[in-house]
Design a protein around this ligand. Structure first.
Ligand SMILES: [Zn+2]
Length: 262
């Protein structure tokens, strides 16, 4: 990298980042896309910062990035005169206190102006989203903890409403009073976020479906159809065969996995 690097450009992912995947696997996916689809030598960014505040060295300090095409007002190419930071957020996601704090430390190691990608683009982009754009335009001030959106609901009634909604949408029925109380305690007393509760209920549903499918496969291996057995598994309606019941169960699992990943 030439010595006249004097700034930073901030980016986001665009599409929301899945919260159930490891940062390593997300970065590997972006790297594969940049190398296979864009034909670049490596992932385009110099660094990445995830929502936990972990900093990842990608191209690092001394290799020119590929994330910001075009030229700065001083005539230099953005990629040659700045280092690119990827925040692991996308549409509808806000940078955390930890992410901003650590990004600020990183910028502080080679102080320079941080430019939001949209201010560096001549073709127009929403990158890096409204929060980071405002933060960069304000000269990336020290973040305030209380700026962060609170995920923990204020009242038990609000928690109950949300949890009942998760049951309805994931399991298809309302919670019983024991289940409801359990999850309200997890949120109100143990500090679990609603997002974590939703994933836990989803994982339980997935586990049950997987066990059902395994039971179906066990039940009908080498046998002819026994529709009463299938009904006992609570999985099928009239006219379903073991094959179609299995396809149905697989499709439901796929839908839930898709929901989890979206
Ligand atoms: Zn960008």
């Amino acid at each position: 990298m030439p010595t006249d690097v004097n700034g930073w450009v901030l980016h986001w992912n665009g599409p929301p980042i899945a919260t159930n995947k490891s940062t390593q696997s997300i970065l590997r996916g972006i790297q594969a896309y940049h190398m296979d689809n864009k034909g670049w030598s490596d992932i385009a960014y110099n660094f990445a910062v995830n929502q936990q505040g972990n900093v990842y060295e990608l191209r690092g300090w001394d290799v020119k990035g590929a994330a910001t095409s075009g030229r700065a007002p001083d005539g230099k190419r953005w990629n040659a005169s700045s280092r690119a930071i990827l925040f692991l957020i996308g549409e509808g996601q806000r940078p955390t206190f930890a992410a901003l704090t650590e990004a600020r430390k990183l910028i502080g190691m080679k102080p320079g102006k941080a430019t939001p990608h949209q201010d560096a683009s001549s073709t127009g982009t929403a990158c890096p989203g409204p929060d980071l754009t405002e933060w960069a335009r304000n000269f990336h001030p020290e973040p305030q903890q209380q700026d962060q959106p609170k995920e923990v609901p204020m009242t038990n009634a609000e928690a109950e409403t949300k949890i009942a909604m998760f049951y309805k949408s994931i399991l298809g029925h309302a919670p019983d009073s024991t289940g409801l109380q359990f999850w309200v305690d997890e949120v109100q007393d143990k500090g679990r976020t609603l997002g974590q509760v939703e994933r836990a209920i989803t994982n339980q549903a997935l586990g049950k479906l997987r066990r059902d499918v395994e039971a179906l496969q066990m039940l009908f291996k080498g046998h002819t159809a026994d529709i009463d057995g299938l009904r006992a598994l609570n999985k099928v309606g009239d006219g379903m065969t073991p094959d179609s019941a299995e396809v149905y169960a697989d499709a439901v699992i796929d839908q839930i996995i898709e929901r989890l990943e979206s």
